[in-house]
Design a protein around this ligand. Structure first.
Ligand code: PAF
Length: 322
């Protein structure tokens, strides 16, 4: 055998010895909605990259897409998957204390939301997940939600009257849209595009990163920058998954979760910055002049209800946060 071929064969045969014994890898499965190339994918990939690196690849993190967030949370609860990155859409049905963050016009801007969620208030709500058989790991975000529809330009609540709007499976959002005169139709995100195509619903509401990543411009002509509610996301895990980690790996887990949070928020900021222009370029008619004061005053009966049914003192603390 010529020397070069013999050397190549030896290299192949000896490679496993040079690499040392094969590492036993533990797999962690994370499901998230939307494509990997999106802000939810950024949270999951940011976590994956950091956790695998910090644990010297003793863990392999597998990412899977699932556009049904309720189903993902149920799977985490029963332990068929380890973790999920989900919006708070359906989370209040599992951990009712989360609903407070779904109240419209609660947060002034993203900085306000980040400070509340990362501070004492957000952390104490994350602790409430334990009683529901879940671990609330860290807050990430979807961003401010805006309205799109296929019927007409919407600048005030009067334009919403009678519009069938897909909402998340979220009591607070549904109450908000019915108070505004729309017909809220809750469904999983996985059902949204067919529902828009078939005319089961006229519109939907989601942050710009979601509208861009899912080409909703192909099924929706009008977008109004209503910014009617901030939409948090949260990384939720199964208690068994977190409980099995050594103390050191748990620290790596939290460091990785923070890396995922940063990647997610950076991506939302970038998508928000360029998204409106991109959607205009794709042919959407974007309305920036929205009568926000009219939306807030039309929501008065719902606000009064949330003062009674949610924690009024906490709502005030969140609103007053400086
Ligand atoms: O509209 C939703 O269901 C959520 O905003 C989404 C798109 C799944 C992202 O969390």
């Amino acid at each position: 055998m010529p020397l070069t071929r013999r050397a190549a064969l030896a290299a192949v045969l000896l490679a496993p010895l040079a690499a040392g014994p094969a590492l036993a890898q533990t797999q962690i499965t994370i499901q998230h909605a939307l494509p990997v190339n999106s802000h939810t994918g950024a949270a999951a990939s940011g976590f994956k990259e950091a956790f695998e690196r910090l644990t010297n690849n003793r863990y392999r993190v597998v990412l899977q897409r699932n556009d049904n967030e309720r189903e993902m949370i149920e799977s985490v609860q029963i332990g068929t998957i380890d973790c999920t990155v989900t919006s708070t859409g359906p989370v209040g049905n599992f951990v009712p204390e989360v609903r407070i963050f779904d109240v419209p016009f609660l947060f002034r801007d993203r900085a306000h939301a980040h400070a509340v969620l990362d501070g004492e208030i957000g952390q104490s709500v994350l602790k409430r997940f334990e009683a529901r058989g879940l671990v609330g790991v860290i807050w990430a975000e979807n961003g401010f939600r805006h309205l799109t529809n296929s019927r007409r330009e919407v600048t005030s609540p009067a334009d919403l009257r009678g519009l069938k709007v897909r909402t998340m499976e979220n009591q607070v959002h549904m109450r908000a849209f019915s108070t505004l005169g729309a017909l809220p139709t809750p469904m999983a995100f996985s059902e949204l595009v067919p529902a828009l195509q078939q005319g089961t619903v006229d519109g939907q509401e989601n942050p710009i990163p979601v509208i861009v990543a899912n080409n909703l411009n192909q099924v929706q002509r009008y977008m109004s920058l209503t910014a009617h509610v901030y939409s948090p996301q949260v990384i939720i895990c199964n208690p068994g998954t977190v409980g099995r980690l050594s103390a050191a790996d748990r620290q790596h887990f939290m460091t990785a979760a923070k890396a995922g949070q940063k990647a997610n928020r950076d991506r939302v900021a970038a998508d928000d910055a360029g998204g409106v222009e991109e959607l205009r370029r794709r042919g959407m008619q974007v309305t920036t002049e929205v009568d926000s004061a009219a939306f807030r005053s039309s929501l008065a009966p719902a606000f009064a209800e949330w003062e009674r049914t949610l924690d009024a003192a906490l709502l005030k603390r969140i609103r007053d946060w400086q």
